[in-house]
Write a protein that binds this ligand. Structure first.
Ligand code: WQD
Length: 331
């Protein structure tokens, strides 16, 4: 039986496929390269020494999905495929609702037609919205402040509904905090198209001279140094969390929601300093106005992941910065 990884050529998807292959899983990838590139596929083969089947296409292509599920015995789906830029989702809400929600419904329909009843879903800490208090726990109320976040909230509810209607279905909703870092080989990592929205890829472009400084969005938050605090998690730790979730789904039915974070908060300036130390490069910055929609602090309570998945993050921010520098700056 194979595991289908939608979005498996992406940043988190490719790291998860490497870990799954090394764990002995049979893998099928579906990706339309909307936020990834074909060269990642050979890098995955090079790192793992293993092969996998690949289908290029959009998860809304029902004929393609039908063929994929007919040609492969899919036991479980790890569902990464989705648009994920917060700002872009505000400009193009219909694209986000169609791609992320309708796309997920197409995948679920194909799973139902073939009797596949396990899904590990790529959710996000963004569903904690602006009204909860840190550290965030899985039982907290969810909401969103942008269409991207709403797609994650809606898909979590869709999967809850599927598990209510089909008692044999197993869904693990993984709420990622802030994934950074890269595989220690330096062969795969985050490669966002265009101007990065997120902090770490922006820091990298300042460190390699593409941009002359970083804009620190506000230093007047109620945090130790006034800058935003986030729970950065190594992408390989995140990948291993999916393996633990797959093992859990193999033994349990129903829906489980689990935070994947370290449980520790790191400020913008602390991350800048850690990256300078890891890379030996300076990262000049200026204090800029706050970014609309940002919250002061976002970090996880990680007790449930340990309790039900037997998983906890192994790497710290220094490891993440070293691995990021090796990948992005070829250090
Ligand atoms: C981190 C901190 C910024 C850029 C987003 C999405 C979330 C998830 C992860 C998908 C904040 C500050 C940033 C910059 C800065 N993505 N910052 N200058 O906003 O926590 O989460 O990415 O699931 O859904 O919302 O991550 O990296 O954008 O920001 O000062 O140029 O860095 O204010 O405090 P965020 P981020």
């Amino acid at each position: 039986m194979a595991v289908l990884v939608t979005g498996g050529a992406g940043f988190i998807g490719s790291h998860t496929v490497v870990q799954l292959l090394e764990h002995g899983e049979e893998i099928v990838i579906l990706d339309n390269f909307s936020n990834s590139s074909p060269d990642v596929l050979d890098k995955i083969r090079q790192i793992s020494g293993k092969d996998f089947k690949f289908y290029e296409g959009d998860m809304r292509d029902k004929e393609l999905l039908k063929r994929l599920f007919e040609e492969n015995k899919i036991e479980a789906v790890i569902h990464f495929a989705g648009l994920k830029a917060v700002g872009e989702s505000v400009e193009k809400p219909l694209d986000y609702y169609d791609n992320n929600i309708n796309g997920t419904l197409c995948v679920l329909e194909a799973m139902k037609a073939s009797g596949c009843k396990k899904m590990i879903f790529s959710s996000s800490a963004t569903v904690y919205g602006n009204d909860n208090k840190v550290p965030f726990t899985e039982d907290m109320k969810t909401s969103a402040t942008n269409p991207y976040g709403w797609t994650k909230v809606f898909i979590e509810h869709i999967l809850e509904g599927v598990c209510t209607s089909d008692k044999e279905f197993s869904a693990v909703l993984l709420r990622y905090f802030n994934p950074i870092g890269a595989h220690k080989s330096g062969l795969i990592g985050e490669k966002p198209n265009g101007i990065p929205n997120n902090l770490m890829p922006y820091i990298v472009k300042v460190a390699n001279g593409e941009y002359d400084h970083l804009n620190v969005f506000g230093d007047d938050y109620d945090t130790p140094d006034g800058t935003g605090v986030r729970d950065y998690i190594h992408v390989v730790d995140l990948a291993d969390g999916h393996i633990a979730a797959l093992e859990y789904a193999r033994k349990n039915n129903g829906v489980q929601t689990v935070n994947l974070g370290t449980g520790r908060g790191t400020s913008v300036l602390e991350l800048v300093r850690a990256f300078e130390k890891a890379s030996g490069k300076k990262v000049p910055y200026v204090i800029a106005p706050r970014r609309a929609g940002d919250i002061a602090e976002c970090y996880a309570d990680v007790s449930k992941a340990k309790e039900i998945l037997g998983w906890q993050a192994k790497y710290d921010v220094d490891d993440m910065c070293k691995d990021n520098a090796r990948w992005a700056l070829k250090l």
